[in-house]
Design a protein around this ligand. Structure first.
Ligand code: SAH
Ligand code: MG
Length: 192
């Protein structure tokens, strides 16, 4: 398992797949253990790295969504190598087109940054009463707090979108979010 994870980390680096940073994924693993989380919905599988690591025990069930064919296939292969096919299901589709009835203890949002508000609004109905929504990449490599450093117009637009999402979370009356400066910036959101 350690070997497979190392292989995946090297692959991600080489192919520029934005998998979670070490301290971020460790935070997530600990959160799952501390809150006795059993069911997880992940938006953004990539190659299956975080899905595999979130399986901290045999009782965890992960449903994860990926819209990129190649990454989806790589994820399936890695999940097979990890022998976690019975714990992780991968859906190959755009998350905004997926319809899921099931409710989850944790929803982990780690996909296109421009769509975070849409993901949140679409999937909050899939969250158990005491569940948590965790959002990754809220710091966007430190750029959300330092807009003056941004040269590129697309990047600036993305940063604006993330800042809108952060505002959206802060203003949401039904949910309370705690922001952590861990990994690339993590938000933990729970119903009030
Ligand atoms: N959670 C992974 C990393 C995900 S990277 C890990 O830490 O290991 C983000 C992934 O989200 C990319 O592979 C991208 O193709 C996918 N993605 C982006 N927008 C999406 C959408 N609307 N629906 C499904 N997948 C999406
Ligand atoms: Mg991420």
């Amino acid at each position: 398992m350690v070997h497979l994870l190392k292989e995946m980390e090297d692959f991600a680096k080489k192919n520029k797949v934005p998998i979670m940073l070490q301290d971020g994924i460790e935070f997530l693993e600990q959160y799952i253990k501390d809150n006795n989380i059993k069911t997880i919905l992940e938006i953004g599988t990539a190659i299956g790295y975080s899905a595999i690591r979130m399986c901290v025990n045999k009782n965890i069930r992960v449903v994860t969504i990926e819209r990129d064919k190649q990454r989806y296939e790589e994820a399936l292969e890695n999940i097979k190598k990890a022998s976690l096919e019975n714990q992780i299901s991968v859906i190959f589709e755009d998350a905004l087109d997926v319809n899921i009835e099931e409710k989850f203890d944790l929803i982990f949002i780690d996909a296109a940054k421009s769509q975070y508000i849409k993901f949140f609004e679409k999937f909050e109905k899939n969250l158990n009463k005491d569940g948590s929504i965790i959002s990754d990449n809220l710091n966007f490599h430190g750029l959300t707090h330092h807009k003056e450093r941004i040269q590129n117009r697309n990047t600036r637009q993305l940063v604006n979108k993330i800042n809108k999402y952060i505002e959206f979370l802060k203003e949401n009356k039904q949910f309370k979010t705690t922001f952590y400066d861990i990994g690339d910036g993590i938000g933990v959101t729970r119903r009030v």
